[in-house]
Structure formats: C-alpha cells, structure tokens
Design a protein around this ligand. Structure first.
Ligand code: ZN
Length: 479
C-alpha cells in the first residue's frame, strides 16, 4: 500500500487533523452521517484512558453501574432547564416492534433523568447516602456539524452521578472529580489544563454551577476537556428524591454529575501531533516501543528475530512492545508508518547490532538526527527511562506552547487584534455581566473558557463595557 501524505499543519490544520485520524487508523466515517467508527488503534487509546480513569474513580470510592439507553420522553421534561438544553439535539424513538409507541423514548443524550428516577426508589434515609455511581456508556446528541472524535452524533464517555446529604458534600465531590480530570490530563495525556468554573451562560443545563478543565490545541483554539457539575437539588425536586435526615426531618438530596468523553482523543491528537502525524504520550500509547528487525537474507532474518524474541520476552509485562516483522514491507516504509502512528520509541536491530549486542533507538519526540545506539545489556531500565523522559517532554512542550500563546488584552481593539492575528488564550477583564459575554461572542466568536480558580484579583475595566472588574478571565475561540 502506498503511503499517503499528511497535509501540513501550517497549510490547513483541519485537514491535517482529518488526514492524521484516518491514516493513523484511529477512526473512520460511518454510514450514518455524523457517526464514526472507532478503529482498533483508536479504541486501544480509549481503553488506556478508561483504565487510568476507572482506577482513579474506584480509588476514591466510586462504583460502576449501567442504566438503559432509552429514556421516557416525559422524564426529560421534568427539569425545565435540562429539557431546554437537550431537547433540540435528541434522537427520539417513536416505533418499536412495528407499532407506534404509546410514549416516545429519547435515546439518552445524558443520563441524569433516568438515574434520578431510580434514585427515587433507592434513597429513603441518610443511611442510603452517599451514592457514588459511574457509568461507561454511549450517548447520542444529534449534531449538525460534526468532526471525528471532537463532535459526533454518538460518542463514548463516562458519566458519574452522585447523591449526597448536604450541599457541602456535593461541592467537595465536584472538586474531587475535577482534580482527577486535571491529574489525568496532565499526568497521563501530558496535556496542561486550566481549572475553573464556567460562567452561568456556559454551565450545564440544569446545574447550579459547572466546573471544567480547558486545554489549548496546536491551532491555538481551546478545547473543553472535562466537566464536573454541582446539580444542587434540581433533579431531586424533579424526581421527588427525599431522605430522612439524622435529626428525623426530610430533605431533598443533593446531586453532582461529571463526564469526559472520546473527545479527549481528539484533544490528545491536536495537542501533541506534528506534520508527521500522531505523537502519543507513552502512558496512553497502544504500543510504547516498536521493534523493526532489519535483514537481507533468510540467515540474517533468523539471527535477528531470535534476538528480537529474547528482547521482547525481557520487556514483556513492563513495556507494551510491538514487533513489526512483516516481510512484505521495507524498513523505511515501516519507520514512516510507526512515526505517523505516534509510537514513542522505535528500536532497529540488524545483524551488526546483534553481533555488537546493541540496538538503534529513535525517539518520536525528537528528529531523525538524534538516533542513538544503546546496549542490549540491561535495556529495560534504559527503555523505561526514555519513556518517562518522553512523557515529561511532551507535557513540557505543550505547557511551553500554551504559555507562548497566552496573552493579555487591555482594550477591545487590542482584544480583537490578538484574536485576528494570534488566537490562544486571551486574558481580559470582564464585569461579570452576561450581556457583555454574549456581545463579545456574537462579535468575535470568542467565549469565556472558565473563571480560573487560581486567578489573582486585579482591578480593571471590562473589555467590552468598561465597567469595573475584579479579575481577568481567559477568552478563546473553542472547539
Ligand atoms: Zn461588561
């Protein structure tokens, strides 16, 4: 198969993204418009994401369960803001078994309503609380403009739905989960994130408030990486979920919900990728090391593969290794292939290397000129060190990129000038008024990504209306 060329990032970033996703075998377009097939290589990345997050959820007391795909349409209507937010993008089932249904079913766009209808049955006393349930599932939101991984009609995610006795306990849960999302983004995906609270305009439909982690992509647009919502007592009211308090009274239950999705894969690609294709952080890479044996005769082949087998056996269990011994492809072709697929380390072993007990190692995060030769004696710790170094390096590169593309604007003209010429995160003063936020969005397409938790107070004037403001917030054009 001929290798196709990937469009350069600087020529057309969107086309680069599509080329990379398709050619690296991450996903493909499905027969239904707006849907995607997650191919094995992309799904393997998702599995590593799932494993890491699932471990973190369980370590903090959460358990997994599964709720149905179909939700009675009337459930969605019980929470006014929620239905207003989600109804326009719902897929609705009207027929089943060849007959019209008495009540249509919505294909879940998110599961608060069905889960809280069950919590009404399960919660009666303070002794039944808290409930800390997570679900790994698919959801459907009918999208008009779609993009592989970033916005698709059906996507995979996890959604946590917890129930608590007090507002404070729910608030602590919201913060705990946001910390997990940030930890995962930075320490597994090597993606630096801003942590903060969404403005009221941007919060989840039905929430008291929404917190989020936000990342900057290589085209200098922001991506919402994950969200954690305090739902107050809104869903308890809608589904009449009360509990007997310790003092004997009855109170409505407090709720949170939180989620991250396959969208993170799109983020991973757009934070780390380069003109050659993917660059995957070792902790999430399906193959951390690819070994390409090099030989020109059957005799050499036997000698080299014997060494490769011994090496693979040594690394097994600690390093995810792929041996590419396909006879019908040349080494150079394989090098390009695995670089495009973003494998962090490549080992090349030929007959001379076998004789010298060494291998040539190429790092995906460095250029081809930086190939080095390493001894096969005690190679495992060397490989583990290199992988840790790549993991750290990718994070540092991404952080440096974000810092280089973070600006301050002190007036609306300067703000628009930066948006037109540079993009990135633009910190500007905002008075807190929704009308200003909306006007900026209508006029420039930039949105307030969050109100950062660690943002220092600073007296200033709203970038739009000039009224007093107490701190800057990051604006950006976003996915
Ligand atoms: Zn204002």
């Amino acid at each position: 198969m001929a290798q196709q060329k990937i469009t350069k990032q600087s020529d057309d970033f969107s086309q680069w993204y599509i080329d990379t996703v398709l050619q690296a075998g991450m996903a493909d377009y499905a027969p239904v418009k707006g849907c995607m097939v997650i191919k094995p290589y992309g799904y393997a990345v998702w599995e590593h994401m799932q494993q890491a997050l699932d471990g973190m959820f369980k370590a903090t007391g959460h358990v997994n369960a599964y709720f149905p795909l179909f939700i009675p349409e009337s459930f969605l209507k019980k929470e006014a803001e929620h239905v207003e937010g989600f109804a326009p993008e719902c897929a609705v089932v009207t027929h089943g078994g060849g007959k019209p249904l008495e009540e249509p079913y919505v294909v879940r766009p998110t599961s608060e309503t069905v889960i809280w209808s069950m919590y009404a049955k399960w919660i009666d006393s303070h002794r039944d609380l808290p409930i800390l349930i997570n679900q790994w599932a698919n959801v459907v939101r009918w999208e008009m403009r779609t993009r592989l991984f970033l916005r698709t009609t059906e996507f995979l995610w996890q959604e946590g739905h917890t129930a608590h006795a007090t507002e404070q306990e729910a608030a602590e849960e919201v913060a705990k989960i946001l910390d997990i999302y940030a930890d995962f983004a930075e320490n597994y995906a090597a993606v630096p994130v801003l942590k903060g609270r969404k403005t009221d305009k941007e919060k989840f439909a039905g929430a008291l408030y929404t917190t989020c982690v936000e990342a900057l992509m290589k085209d200098k647009r922001a991506l919402q990486w994950g969200t954690s919502h305090h739902l107050g007592q809104n869903f308890a009211k809608a589904f009449n979920v009360t509990f007997q308090t310790e003092s004997g009274g009855r109170d409505l239950v407090w709720a949170t919900s939180w989620g991250v999705s396959t969208r993170m894969i799109g983020g991973l690609i757009m934070v780390h990728g380069d003109d050659k294709g993917l660059r995957l952080p070792p902790k999430l890479a399906p193959h951390q090391v690819v070994i390409v044996p090099i030989y020109y005769s059957d005799e050499e082949r036997q000698t080299v593969l014997q060494k490769v087998d011994a090496l693979t056996a040594e690394l097994k269990g600690d390093v995810r290794v792929k041996v590419d011994d396909r006879a019908n492809y040349k080494p150079g072709w394989k090098f390009n292939e695995w670089e495009m697929k973003g494998v962090p380390l490549r080992l090349e072993i030929g007959p001379r290397d076998v004789a010298e007990n060494q291998a040539v190692v190429a790092r995906r995060d460095k250029g081809p000129k930086e190939k080095q030769t390493i001894s096969l004696n005690g190679i495992k710790p060397t490989i583990l060190d290199l992988l840790a170094d790549i993991q750290r390096g990718l994070y540092e590169d991404a952080l440096k990129f974000r810092e280089e593309n973070t600006f301050q604007a002190n007036g609306y003209d300067e703000f628009k000038e930066i948006l037109d010429n540079k993009l990135g995160f633009i910190y500007a003063h905002w008075c807190g008024n929704r009308a200003c936020e909306q006007a900026v969005q209508d006029e420039t397409k930039a949105t307030i990504r969050c109100i950062p938790f660690n943002q220092p107070e600073e007296a200033g004037q709203c970038v739009y209306c000039g009224k007093p403001s107490e701190m800057r917030v990051p604006f950006a054009k976003a996915y």
